[in-house]
Design a protein around this ligand. Structure first.
Ligand code: GLU
Length: 319
């Protein structure tokens, strides 16, 4: 196992990413592109991109790292952060912070737990978070986009309207989750309105390089890095950044969170678009995208690539 020193970092990281890219290609064909959202099924399966952004401002990438992809559940990370910033700890009255051990779109726990979802990263929990934000923002879609454009420094960042529509037209299960929670008094707005916001949110597109940049504040004690002459910004309180990372580690990969912690040992958030973002606190962020998913909805090549990266850098042993 190799630990990178700053001087060795630049060449070594580029070489490591190239090596992972080569190794990962052997896994093409082992997973399947998500198809329950019809427009996602049209994505070409054999794609792989990876980007690393370090807290010193340097960036590295390989493969399709500049290709925009559908963030899907990775947006749950950003809406959770936005809710934490706007309503603070009050949100814990409506959603828990325990791993679910169940599928991302499961309904079973909701009945025994009286409409309170296990955590903000499963669909039911993310819908509650979107409900909270729908109450707070007249135009949540644009409020979220504004925050993401600021974090990526990309004024053109947007959601894919076709994918949003495709999910909205087939969102029967998410609608059922929302109505079920409403029956328990844990949903304030009309489910139709919240689902409109949720489907646009999930259809947000970013590339790996943008995603690594957008999550930098989580590796950097809540501070986003200033770029292009801008000042650093305390985007999230340091204590909250630590809490978000803890939640990603325990709940960020659906019912495979334990397996991810075992294999990778870093806070992650996955999405059915095939993206995964991982945080190495104090070191940097890693975004990987490969659309073929395993049975639990996580990117096969993405998980492999992150596992190889921590083996080759020992970043999961740093603070
Ligand atoms: N928009 C997707 C859904 O609600 C997100 C699922 C995911 O990425 O896990 O089903």
């Amino acid at each position: 196992m190799q630990t990178l020193t700053p001087s060795a970092q630049a060449t070594d990281l580029s070489t490591i990413l190239e090596q992972i890219h080569t190794e990962a290609q052997a896994l093409f064909g082992q997973g399947r592109v998500a198809s329950y959202i019809p427009a996602l099924a049209e994505v070409a399966p054999r794609q792989f991109g990876m980007a690393v952004a370090l807290v010193d401002g340097s960036t590295y990438s390989v493969g399709h790292a500049h290709t925009p992809f559908s963030l899907q559940s990775i947006t749950k990370l950003f809406t959770f952060v936005l809710a934490l910033k706007t309503v603070g700890d009050n949100l814990w009255q409506r959603v828990g912070r325990e791993p679910s051990g169940a599928a991302f779109n499961s309904m079973v726990q909701l009945e025994t737990e009286k409409g309170i979802p296990r955590n903000p990263f499963i669909n039911a929990g993310a819908l509650v978070i979107t409900d909270i934000l729908t109450t707070r923002y007249a135009h949540l879609d644009y409020a979220l986009l504004g925050a993401l454009r600021r974090l990526t420094d990309d004024p053109d960042l947007s959601w894919n309207a076709r994918i949003a529509r495709s999910e909205r037209e087939t969102a029967h299960r998410n609608m059922a989750l929302a109505y079920f929670m409403k029956s328990y008094g844990n949903f304030v707005n009309e489910p139709e309105l919240v689902l409109d916001n949720y489907c646009r949110q999930c259809a947000t597109e970013m590339s790996c390089t943008q995603l690594a940049q957008a999550t930098m504040f989580l590796a950097n004690g809540g501070r986003d890095l200033g770029r292009d002459g801008q000042q650093d910004e305390q985007f999230l309180a340091a204590d909250d950044a630590r809490r978000v990372n803890a939640l990603m580690l325990t709940c960020g990969a659906y019912d495979a969170a334990g397996d991810f912690a075992y294999r990778i040992g870093l806070p992650v958030k996955t999405g059915v678009g095939g993206g995964i973002v991982a945080i190495a606190p104090g070191v940097g962020t890693i975004a990987v995208w490969a659309p073929e998913l395993d049975a639990k909805g996580n990117s096969v090549l993405g998980a492999f690539a992150l596992e190889r990266l921590v083996q080759l850098t020992a970043w999961n042993h740093t603070p």
